[in-house]
Design a protein around this ligand. Structure first.
Ligand code: A2P
Length: 325
């Protein structure tokens, strides 16, 4: 079953509403998962160089395209400008590296991954650190970086451009200074973090929204632990209201959480490397939530942010850190 619901960007480009996330999908798992995902009907794949798996994703995409099982035009591939490359001169080189890894001539959507630049030691291949964690690049200038995003769009290296993890003020600054408006904002969004003001703002400005961590991104617990961050993360699939709505429809809690996002006119990119769950997450187009059920889910909003970058210590010192403390 191919996802036949699309979001239309302000430039006319169409993006399948449901995609597959590849964050925290290790190389060895992602090859099998992506083959299964394409088999199941996923056409929208969300990537980023910081996920360290674009090479294997590229090999799978090439094998599908070369074998004639799929055309490039049927795919919608997103990738992102990583935090060390929030420098105008770096944008084209870094996008070309992603394209080489993904074995593509263009991506469908290129996003600035985060609003804060971080210093990187190219020779050592690692982030520069001090006692406070990674070292912010205090010179980050969104307007200058956005000009380079417009330039790679103009060169045809991407079909659309956008931002991720930006707040309203940061998006407005780009809108006030751009030639090409962002087509898409990617943010954490789920029943416990609904971000209504930001989403209404994007709607008013004609910017589509993609929900990352739509299932609560339980894998972040591992990252937090590795970084010494002790935090209890909510289990969205164990919320009573979600479970009872799931039972009423003969669906799983994950399917309810995803359907709720799609019905709000957003895109969702759940990550899974499990064959059954992959299929399950795409199988959400044969039922509808009632107005009462939507109300119940809307009422769960609790401003609980799972991906606050606590596992990326030091970034909170950047003047462009997007989240209010
Ligand atoms: P797995 O890859 O083993 O399926 P998010 O997309 O919010 O970041 O959430 C991803 C997490 O949720 C991963 O741990 C993933 O594990 C798990 N997950 C994905 N789909 C489902 C599902 N349908 N039911 C339960 N857990 C899921």
């Amino acid at each position: 079953m191919v996802c036949d619901k699309f979001l239309t960007f302000n430039n006319g480009v169409k993006m399948p509403a449901l995609g597959i996330g590849t964050w925290q999908a290790p190389e060895k798992e992602v090859e099998e998962a992506l083959n299964l995902a394409l088999e199941a009907g996923y056409r929208h794949i969300d990537c980023a160089p910081v996920y360290l798996n674009e090479g294997v994703i590229g090999r799978v995409l090439k094998s599908w395209i070369d074998s004639g099982k799929i055309t490039r035009e049927e795919l919608f591939i997103t990738t992102k400008l990583p935090p060390p490359a929030l420098i105008p001169e770096a944008v084209e080189t870094v996008l070309k590296k992603s394209l080489a890894d993904l074995q593509l001539e263009y991506v469908d959507l290129y996003l600035i991954h985060v609003p804060f630049g971080i210093k990187f030691d190219e020779a050592k291949g690692e982030f520069i650190k001090d006692d406070g964690g990674v070292v912010p690049d205090m010179t980050t200038d969104h307007v200058a970086v956005w000009k380079s995003m417009e330039a790679v769009l103009e060169k045809g290296l991407t079909k659309s451009i956008g931002v991720s993890n930006f707040n309203m003020k940061q998006i407005q600054r780009i809108l006030d200074n751009c030639s090409v408006q962002p087509a898409n904002l990617q943010i954490e969004h789920h029943v416990y973090l609904q971000q209504k003001d930001l989403i209404n703002f994007c709607k008013a400005k004609g910017i589509t929204v993609t929900a990352y961590a739509p299932l609560g991104s339980k894998g972040i617990a591992t990252l937090n632990k590795a970084a010494g961050v002790d935090r209890q993360l909510p289990d969205l699939m164990d919320i009573e209201e979600v479970k009872s709505i799931a039972a009423a429809h003969g669906k799983t809690p994950a399917q309810i959480l995803l359907r709720w996002i799609i019905e709000r006119g957003l895109s969702a990119i759940p990550k899974s490397t499990n064959p059954e769950r992959l299929k399950q997450n795409l199988n959400i187009f044969d039922f509808k939530l009632s107005a009462e059920e939507v109300e119940k889910l809307n009422a769960l909003d609790a401003n609980i942010r799972v991906c606050d970058f606590a596992f990326f210590k030091g970034v909170e010192r950047h003047p462009e850190f997007p989240f209010a403390s």
